[in-house]
Design a protein around this ligand. Structure first.
Ligand code: PLP
Length: 409
């Protein structure tokens, strides 16, 4: 473990949005799995682009364009280092996780999926890692196979070996479940997959902000995430792919910038990474995301993990003190997400009353309807904790939930 620890009161000052009242109560923001708040350095970085640096990148001969092109490519380098990609051109900027998964579903599907082929996903997935594969399979006459999880919310790992066969073309799995917090053993999955020559796409939407990511160590073929969930701006994201795949896959969007030469007879494509970045990229989002990665790196990923793990243990024990409380997702290895229901109280009612007390949580199926079906429920209340949350906020959540219980009993 690193010596570094997080000074939460100091850190909270970096996030101006936290310092406000909602419904006359101090805001307690526990909806971090949906989106994280932005530190001042990220806000300032974006502000500086629009006040001093803005210009379309890559195509300019003038000063501003060249300067910002350099910053954009530095952002790519920053992402490369952060996830330990082997090459800078293995990092493609996108609009977010959903965009990245759709891009691979299209490009990979075009080249490698045919009738009777199979794609493996899991019962734990977010809709963003279900629907693109389902639509692809429907279009190509291929089949989707689904790895189940046990009642603690852990994938049944033996099922991977059972489901893989000579028709399996790809496995798509989330690193961490947004609804249950389960940390999946992605390395074990890539080992099994690669023994069978099957590539793996990892949905990192919920892992990039919580733990050190090393795509070479995970040995995943694709890793995708969204900037807005890692303290960066909305509308930006990353698609990492191993060079050999990105070289082989066709572009999923066409237009400017992704070309080498265009004539009316024929177009040839640009080299990586530009082949996958058609049109004007969201350079503001990319540079803002890189700034956010620098910010959390300065805090230390191990320190973040330690702080959030402490909050998870504390919150779990505080919630379990409440009679009639049921927590969904009790995996041995999980992050600071608490999905729960209180006996006889609808999740929506709980969320509405918490809101009136200044506490922001999410309610519903969290874009994981098949996961909710597994438990035979419609949805949960989800409190998802981040670097700026505190034990005091958990105490207030517990008190508020006791009041909700009183109101509805
Ligand atoms: N995958 C997971 C596990 C998620 O939690 C989310 C968002 O909540 C997504 C994918 C989709 O991310 P985005 O909406 O940023 O594209």
């Amino acid at each position: 473990m690193s010596e570094q620890s997080i000074d939460v009161p100091a850190l909270r000052k970096d996030f101006p949005i936290l310092d406000q009242y909602v419904h006359d109560k101090p805001l307690i923001y526990l909806d971090n799995a949906a989106t994280t708040q932005k530190p001042q350095v990220v806000i300032d970085r974006i502000n500086r682009i629009y006040t001093r640096e803005n210009s379309n990148i890559h195509r300019g001969v003038h000063y501003l364009s060249n300067q910002l092109t350099e910053k954009y490519e530095q952002a790519r380098q920053r992402v490369q280092r952060f996830i330990n990609a082997r090459h800078q051109h293995e990092v493609i900027f996108t609009n977010g996780t959903t965009h990245s998964i759709n891009a691979i579903a299209y490009a990979f599907g075009e080249k490698y999926i045919g009738p009777d082929d199979e794609i493996i996903i899991t019962e734990l997935e977010h809709h963003a890692n279900i629907v693109p594969w389902q639509v692809l399979c429907q279009g190509k006459g291929a089949r989707l196979r689904v790895i189940p999880f046990n009642d603690r919310g852990e994938l049944i790992m033996e099922e991977f070996e059972k489901h893989i066969n000579n028709r399996t073309r790809l496995i798509a799995v989330n690193h961490i479940s947004n609804s249950l917090g389960t940390i999946n053993d992605v390395k074990q999955i890539t080992d099994i997959a690669h023994r069978n020559d099957v590539p793996v796409l990892v949905d990192g939407a919920q892992s990039i902000q919580h733990q050190k990511i090393d795509v070479q160590q995970l040995d995943c073929d694709f890793y995708v995430f969204s900037g807005h969930k890692v303290y960066g701006p909305n509308g930006s994201g990353v698609l990492y792919g191993k060079e050999k795949w990105l070289e082989e896959l066709p572009p999923y969007q066409t237009g400017g910038e992704m070309i080498q030469k265009v004539t009316f007879e024929k177009t040839t494509y640009n080299e990586l990474p530009f082949k996958f970045e058609a049109g004007t990229p969201n350079y503001v989002g990319a540079i803002g995301t890189a700034e956010a990665l620098s910010y959390i790196e300065s805090l230390g990923l191990e320190a973040i993990e330690a702080h959030e793990n402490d909050l998870l243990q504390y919150a779990t024990s505080k919630l379990m003190e409440i009679p009639g409380m049921k927590i969904y997702g009790t995996a041995d290895r999980k992050i600071s997400v608490l999905s729960f229901l209180m006996e006889g109280i609808h999740h929506y009612d709980t969320g509405m009353v918490l809101d009136k007390m200044g506490i922001a949580v999410r309610t519903g199926h969290h874009c994981t309807e098949p996961l909710m079906d597994h438990f035979g429920i419609e949805g949960t209340v989800r409190a998802s904790l981040a670097i700026y949350n505190t034990r005091e906020e958990i105490d207030q959540l517990q008190q508020a939930l006791l009041k909700v219980k009183q109101m509805f009993s």
